[in-house]
Design a protein around this ligand. Structure first.
Ligand code: SAH
Length: 358
């Protein structure tokens, strides 16, 4: 057992089974043993590769989208440029360079990074030294003011609670002990107001997930945007309305057992974009429809950008550049699994590449 597994087992023996959300939170962000708290997991030598690490084009096109949204809202002379969960800082570095083509944008921006991991903050401080960023532990602390924000693969790292539909109510899926080892179990059935709207589209045995932390972040971001102006562009894998057990563990680019080595493998869950959109609307902002990543990048001009970058490359570099373009946009790769949601204020258009609901 890992040291974190021993500590979780002691906690369960002392106060009973814990929710999947509490388990995820400990695995990812425990200060001594959490996955993100203690390492830089990205890249081919690490556990997984994210879109900004695949190609500079990803961050560049998000930069173009934010800069255009800023121009659409009258080029406010001061705003917060924020990223949630910046990883290695690659996306923000590419975004910043590309947004520089919009006169005045960078001069008006104050860069704020929401990052819980000390190890990754250190990586970001080096990558983004020229931007003089400020760091926040949580999005709920985002300052009042105009907010232009991006988040890639942030919401999938936030802890989810899982509920199994019973005949009349819901049984929470929990982490308990079986024979001294961590094992999934079910808590007694209870009616749940938060899931009342799901009784109609589920049957006994179905699993639905709730991400209270994700809804709280969406609500805060949307409240800033509704009150002061700005936009948010959220990219992640998931869909509209959660269904099924989507908790997954990944280590060295392969699926792993989520309970076997807590703290040593990445844990994620699919993002329920409907819940984020509802939270944004409840906070007074507008949410766009959900657009597949491939379609969004094509609308933002990735083909032209790829051609311009490709002209200077040798044959081998050109082949890997073409592969990166495919990986980001092809529906069989990341193009359809990953989706993009925009948040914008009433009275301003949706961010470029995204659509208002019909
Ligand atoms: N956006 C980056 C990294 C994605 S990984 C990329 O695309 O490459 C998730 C990021 O969110 C990491 O930087 C991780 O440390 C951070 N993170 C995870 N949970 C968090 C939380 N609850 N609060 C703040 N940051 C968190």
């Amino acid at each position: 057992m890992t040291a974190l597994a021993e500590r979780l087992a002691a906690r369960i023996r002392s106060t009973g089974p814990i929710s999947v959300a509490d388990y995820m939170a400990a695995c990812l962000l425990d200060p001594a043993a959490g996955y993100y708290a203690t390492r830089d997991p990205f890249g081919t030598a690490g556990d997984f590769v994210t879109a900004p690490e695949i190609s500079q084009m990803f961050g560049e096109l998000l930069g173009v989208a934010l800069a255009q949204a800023w121009a659409d809202q009258g080029r406010p002379e001061s705003f917060v440029l924020a990223e949630l969960g910046p990883g290695r800082g690659t996306l923000m570095a590419d975004l910043w360079r590309a947004a520089g083509v919009m006169p005045g944008f960078r001069q008006a921006a104050r860069v704020v990074l929401v990052e819980a991991s000390p190890a990754l903050r250190a990586v970001q401080a080096v990558a983004l030294a020229g931007l003089s960023p400020a760091w926040l532990d949580t999005a709920v602390a985002l300052p009042e003011g105009k907010l232009f924000l991006v988040a890639n693969e942030f919401f999938d790292a936030l802890p989810v609670r899982q509920f199994v539909r019973d005949t009349s109510g819901w049984r929470e899926r929990v982490v308990a002990l079986a024979g001294g080892r961590l094992a999934f179990a079910l808590a007694p059935a209870a009616p749940l107001a938060a899931l009342a709207h799901r009784l109609g589209d589920t049957a006994p045995g179905d699993i639905v997930e709730l991400c209270p932390a994700g809804e709280a972040v969406a609500s805060t971001v949307a409240a800033r945007i509704a009150t002061h102006g700005g936009v948010a562009i959220i990219v992640d894998y998931g869909g509209w309305r959660s269904r099924g057990d989507t908790l997954q563990a990944v280590a060295r680019h392969a699926p792993a057992d989520p309970l076997a080595t807590p703290g040593e493998v990445d844990l994620t869950a699919h993002v329920d974009f409907e819940a984020l959109a509802r939270a944004a609307q409840a906070a007074g902002a507008l949410a766009t429809t959900l657009v597949p990543q491939g379609l969004f990048l094509n609308r933002m001009g990735i083909a032209a950008r790829a051609a311009a970058l490709g002209r200077r490359l040798t044959a081998a570099a050109a082949a890997s550049h073409a592969a990166a373009l495919r990986r980001l946009t092809d529906p069989a790769e990341m193009g359809n699994l990953f989706r993009v949601l925009g948040i914008h204020p009433p009275g301003a258009p949706p961010p470029p590449g995204l659509d208002a609901p019909p």
